[in-house]
Write a protein that binds this ligand. Sequence first.
Ligand code: BMA
Length: 333
Amino acid sequence: MVFTRSASNPILSRDDIPDAPPDVIDATSVFNPGAARVDGRDLLLLRVQTRGRRTCLMTAESEPGPADGSGAAFTVRRELVELVGFEEMGREIHHVYDPRVTLLDGAWHVVLAVDVDSTCRLAVARTDDFRRLELVGKVAAGGRTRWDDVRNGVLFPERIGGSYAMLLRPNRKAIGDGPSSGDEIVLGTSDDLVNWRERGSVMSGRWHSWDELIGPGPPPVKTRDGWLLVYHGIATHLATAWIYQAGVVLLDLEDPTRVIARGRDNVLEPRESWEMTGQVPNVVFPSGLTVDHDADGFAGPDTELTLYYGAADTCVGRATTTVGRLIESCRLE
Ligand code: BMA
């Protein structure tokens, strides 16, 4: 097994969400968190859904873990994360969700999906305390209309060739009876995090495999072997029974449109009852990742990597592995 699930899984479920009236009272679910390592402790930016099916963001801070190795416990702050400037995203904002947190230029940057008017757009925001997210801009790409409907985006933790870089997954039309989704991850670059240019395709879904539809997960990890990206893949199977899993790919450090190695198998799939049953069954959705880097900015092969993921759109799971094991998984073709 590539990943080891934490003994205290699910690490967060609706019972851990404090009421924050008037918005959150007896929350329905908590899932798809972004993650940040702050002063050696992990912090999660949570997607919380209310009984009115409104979406709120809340923050969970970790406490030192017990000696049994089950990992740190999290406490959720009794307040909503404030969204500042998001009215720029469009006329009517329905949901802001699935945050991907990247440390870039020494500041926490967050890419979020925003259901706005009749589409889904990406927002780039910045925060220094995870209490307030300030909009940097609505992600736009010149005349590329396919960027007008995008649900998954994640920033690289540094500039590449002098530019900011993002992996994103434009939505295409709905497949079968499913929601709109997509089967291609592309690379965008920008000088200001607002105006983007599409640089080309990174990878496509593999039909009849576990990853027919795909989208980038948490921020790529810089290793000496390349950028290590955890992504989600969907087996559409029957139109009504999509299975969400996590897999890995290694991308060239200087030109991330070049795939060095892509794993054949998924590295995490719904197996536990709380991953298979919930609001949306059979979902592991990798969205947060924490790992330490050496003095040169690389994550070494023996370094532990912690993945945070949404399970069945209902609760939050945690699993650990090493950077080296994930690189090995990429090379299993
Ligand atoms: C995707 C996103 C995720 C969600 C998943 C499963 O398209 O909307 O937020 O976890 O579907 O419902």
